[in-house]
Structures are given as structure tokens and as C-alpha cells.
Design a protein around this ligand. Structure first.
Ligand SMILES: [Zn+2]
Length: 299
């Protein structure tokens, strides 16, 4: 259980090792992204979640930087990113806080309001809840119903992946669900106030939190945010370059696995659109560890 996620994180970090992350105190993560319906998030014309999140994130990032809080984004274009990649980018930038931007939707279109999800563990909860409440207070002043800060347990710790992976690399993480993009009441508010007001509500909340006792302790290293969750031993290698132990051509690599195992491995990197090439950058030992966990039913 404790090491279940290590091979995945390690493998992703090898892939990410050529990504140069800008130093930032706050990493803003525009939810979703990438081609097709897989990357879109919720779609309720004229809104597509991946575009709304990027729109808000761009304005939020600019506002934070203008106010003297260094901020960067996990994606600045229509890019597919896995959840571990989002956490790894935050870690590589030295971020103290990871803020994932989302919009909600419900099948019956009858739910409304803003909410924040964060880790259920220790100071990760403390920081996430305080920052989340500061943001929600501002969003509710725009007219959205404040549904509060929530946690959710899953089989590996925190249920939501970006929260679990962020927490596992020691970075308090929140998911901000700004409003329901399919609900008439929330859409009317969104159209009336505009995405800039949502970004401003986020920025003011983050700024207020960073200035608080908890926020200052977080930024200055006085708050213990050592990794929680099952992936507690994860370390993220920054700028280490490609592994010298990588496996070479995909044909050579494939010989180490059954057809079913190989197809499963490829499926783990399907989001890259180039799994056969990407997988050759992952050390064979990591791939074998992944398969071992998969065959045990752990992944
Ligand atoms: Zn979303």
C-alpha cells in the first residue's frame, strides 16, 4: 500500500524531467485540457470546462503575480496533463500551495453553488480549509451559494487524485469548484459578473490566506506539510534528465511483457498520445514494478 504509487510517480517524473518549471509560491492548475471529450471536462454550450478553467486561471495567475505573490500554471494552453504530472509540476516549481480550478455540473442540472475539496490529513486540511474558506467567502459574495469545504476518503487516502498526489508531495492542495456551469441560476451569475470576478475572488482569497498566520507558516516552512497518504515516500526528481537506465526501443521493451501487460502499460500513457515513445523513457524496473502491482490487483 505504501509504495503502490511510487513506480507511477517515479515514471511520470522521469518523463517530466525535461520540463523546466518556473519558481512559484502558488501553482494554479487549470482543470482538464487536451483534445477530444476526454480533455474537455464538462460540456454545456457555450461552456466547455477546460476553457473556462484556463480563462479563470490566466486571470488569477496575472492578478497574484501583480500583487507580489509568485504564481505559475500547470498548463497555459490546451494540453493534456495527468494528475501526477500536475502535482509534479507544482513540486518542481517549489510551490507551497496547489490550487486546481474547476467548474461543476450535475445530471439533473438542479444543483448550484461553489465548493472546495481538500485533503483530510493534518496541516494539509488546515491550510486547505482556511484557504478554501477565504475563497468561498469571496465567491459567495458574487451570489453563488457557499457549499463549504469538503474532504472525501478513497481507497488510497484522499479520494480526489489531484488532492492525493499534491498531498503526497507535501503541497497542500485544493480543488475550487466555482459554480455549476449547467445550472440556470449559476449561469446567470457567471454571465453577469464574468470570469474576471471569479478570478479576483480566488486571488483575494489566496492573498488573504497567504497573509494569515497559517499562510505565513506555510510559506516560511513553519507548517509541517510532510507528505501524507499512501505515497508518502514519493520524491520528485527535478531536472535529472532522462534515465540512463531507460529501456531503448519499444520493440526491445515489449519483449519483457505479455501482450496483455504491454497493452495495459500503453494504456497508462495513452493520455500522451504517444505512449510507445514515452514508455521507452521509463526504466524497465519501474515498468516491471507497475505490472507487478497491476497483477496483484492494486492498480
Ligand atoms: Zn472538473
Amino acid at each position: 500500500m505504501k509504495t503502490r504509487l511510487l513506480p507511477i510517480i517515479t515514471a511520470v517524473c522521469m518523463i517530466l524531467s525535461t520540463v523546466t518549471a518556473n519558481a512559484a509560491t502558488v501553482m494554479i492548475d487549470p482543470g482538464h485540457g487536451g483534445a477530444g471529450t476526454a480533455g474537455a471536462g464538462a460540456i454545456y454550450p457555450p461552456y466547455m470546462e477546460k476553457s473556462l478553467t484556463l480563462d479563470v486561471a490566466n486571470q488569477l495567475c496575472s492578478e497574484l503575480n501583480a500583487s507580489g505573490i509568485s504564481a505559475a500554471m500547470t498548463r497555459t494552453g490546451d494540453t493534456a496533463l495527468s494528475l501526477p504530472e500536475r502535482a509534479a509540476i507544482a513540486k518542481n516549481s517549489g510551490a507551497k500551495l496547489l490550487v486546481s480550478i474547476h467548474f461543476n455540473a450535475s445530471a439533473a442540472h438542479d444543483k448550484s453553488g461553489c465548493a472546495v475539496w481538500t485533503s483530510m490529513f493534518g496541516n494539509h486540511y488546515k491550510a486547505g480549509a482556511e484557504c478554501g474558506n477565504a475563497i468561498l467567502s469571496n465567491l459567495s459574495s458574487l451570489g453563488f451559494v457557499n457549499k463549504g469545504v469538503w474532504t472525501k476518503a478513497g481507497s488510497q487516502g484522499d479520494y480526489y487524485g489531484v488532492v492525493r498526489y499534491g498531498t503526497s508531495v507535501g503541497i497542500p492542495t485544493i480543488i475550487v469548484e466555482h459554480c455549476y456551469m449547467d445550472n440556470a441560476t449559476d449561469r446567470a451569475i457567471l454571465e453577469s459578473v464574468g470570469t474576471g470576478s471569479l478570478a479576483h475572488a480566488d486571488a483575494a482569497g489566496i492573498s488573504s490566506f497567504i497573509g494569515s498566520a497559517t499562510g505565513q507558516a506555510l510559506v516560511n516552512g513553519g507548517l509541517d506539510t510532510s507528505a501524507a497518504n499512501s505515497a508518502s515516500s514519493v520524491t520528485v526528481a527535478a531536472g535529472s534528465g532522462k534515465s540512463s537506465g531507460s529501456s531503448g526501443s519499444s520493440a526491445n521493451l515489449k519483449a519483457n511483457f505479455s501482450d496483455a501487460e504491454w497493452q495495459w502499460l500503453l494504456s497508462q500513457w495513452a493520455y500522451t498520445g504517444n505512449a510507445e515513445t514515452v514508455i521507452t523513457q521509463v526504466p524497465l524496473s519501474d515498468l516491471k514494478a507497475l505490472i507487478e502491482e497491476h497483477n496483484k490487483g492494486n492498480i
